[in-house]
Design a protein. Structure first.
Length: 363
């Protein structure tokens, strides 16, 4: 069943935001296109169609109507602006799973029934659980899939980066930032390190290799001065939770290779989402690809016990930790405790932003 765009004329000009020039059958001109759709060109969508027989898959693009506003009151647009949401707004989002202990656990539904906006970057899923301090996510009603000229449902995978041709010599150094969990301080570490390296004269690529589609982290990298920013959505994934490990490694390889081939980049800093106990993170870090491509590892933790456990777990994989960082650096006592337990240097935000220290890590 195709949708008639005239059904949504009542939305009026108030819903106009930074939207691409999409003029396809059934697509309201005022629909808000979310951050995760930013690599989908206008010609990729020919019409909107409600297909009962198609089971949603991670990365499928769908037009949805906002139902009840709850946790997410805004959606990140393709431009990066955070647009206020109203009941009845039409949004273009992608199905995806979410693993976020401090936010939501959510999975791709099995049909086009009502579900949730589980990430402000534009992720549609059915929430299974939430952190105690949050409301349940904003509810949305899918109106139909985005269909391409070939008649297939448009998926972000169709617009992911290709693997660049040939090796790069010399190889550019790669620094990976891992952590104990969500909100351990990984993104702050990456941004601070990018800042220090940039001040030292380096041209840095900041990469978010895994996670759930949203712009916050890559924008932090850009603000810090990154010459190039990439994330897993550029590889064609709305989220990496519940993806096969081969897909995750393939995406990691394409992101690193893209930065390696960029002539405007001479050093790469990559963030791996969540903690070492998260399934996809654990398998990526244990992969041959990670071991072969990463030169230095910084480990972010909230306290000394987590830091020690993380360093030991990495050591069992044959990975040496270069230094500790993260939220524990807010406490001098916690830093002393972690240093005694691990015998590793502790890098505060200020130290990471210092050109001399940053360059030593990135060498």
């Amino acid at each position: 069943m195709m949708l008639d765009a005239s059904n949504y004329a009542f939305l009026g000009t108030a819903a106009v935001a930074e939207t691409p020039n999409f003029t396809c059958e059934g697509m309201p001109a005022l629909a808000k296109w979310s951050f995760v759709t930013r690599n989908v060109p206008p010609e990729a969508v020919s019409h909107i169609e409600f297909r009962h027989e198609h089971v949603p898959s991670s990365g499928d693009l769908v037009l949805a109507a906002v139902q009840k506003i709850a946790q997410h009151t805004r959606i990140q647009l393709r431009s990066g602006r955070r647009s206020l949401l109203y009941p009845g707004d039409l949004v273009v989002v992608a199905y995806g799973n979410r693993y976020a202990p401090d936010a939501f656990e959510a999975v791709v539904p099995e049909d086009l029934d009502q579900c949730h906006l589980v990430a402000a970057g534009g992720i549609a899923a059915t929430a299974r659980s939430k952190s105690a301090g949050l409301k349940w996510p904003t509810s949305i009603q899918p109106e139909g899939y985005c269909i391409g000229p070939d008649g297939r449902v448009v998926n972000l995978r169709d617009h992911g980066l290709e693997m660049p041709d040939g090796p790069v010599h010399p190889k550019k150094p790669v620094v990976a930032v891992l952590g104990t969990s969500m909100n351990a301080g990984k993104t702050t570490t990456v941004a601070s390190l990018i800042r220090g390296l940039t001040l030292a004269g380096h041209r840095v690529a900041g990469i978010k290799a895994t996670g759930t589609g949203a712009g916050n982290d890559v924008w932090a990298y850009s603000d810090a001065g990154a010459a190039r920013v990439l994330d897993f959505t550029d590889a064609g994934y709305s989220s990496t939770f519940r993806l096969p490990i081969d897909d995750i490694v393939n995406g990691f390889d394409r992101l690193i290779a893209t930065a390696q081939h960029d002539p405007n980049v001479d050093l790469i800093v990559v963030e791996i989402a969540d903690g070492l106990l998260q399934k996809e993170t654990a398998r990526l870090v244990a992969s041959d690809s990670f071991g072969h491509q990463v030169d230095h590892v910084l480990f972010a933790a909230g306290e000394a016990m987590g830091a020690l456990a993380g360093v030991k777990r990495l050591a069992r994989l044959g990975i040496q930790t270069t230094a500790l960082t993260g939220r524990l650096t807010a406490s001098r006592l916690a830093c002393r405790e972690a240093r005694r337990a691990t015998r590793l240097p502790i890098l505060t935000k200020a130290k990471l932003e210092a050109p001399r220290v940053a360059t030593l890590i990135g060498s």
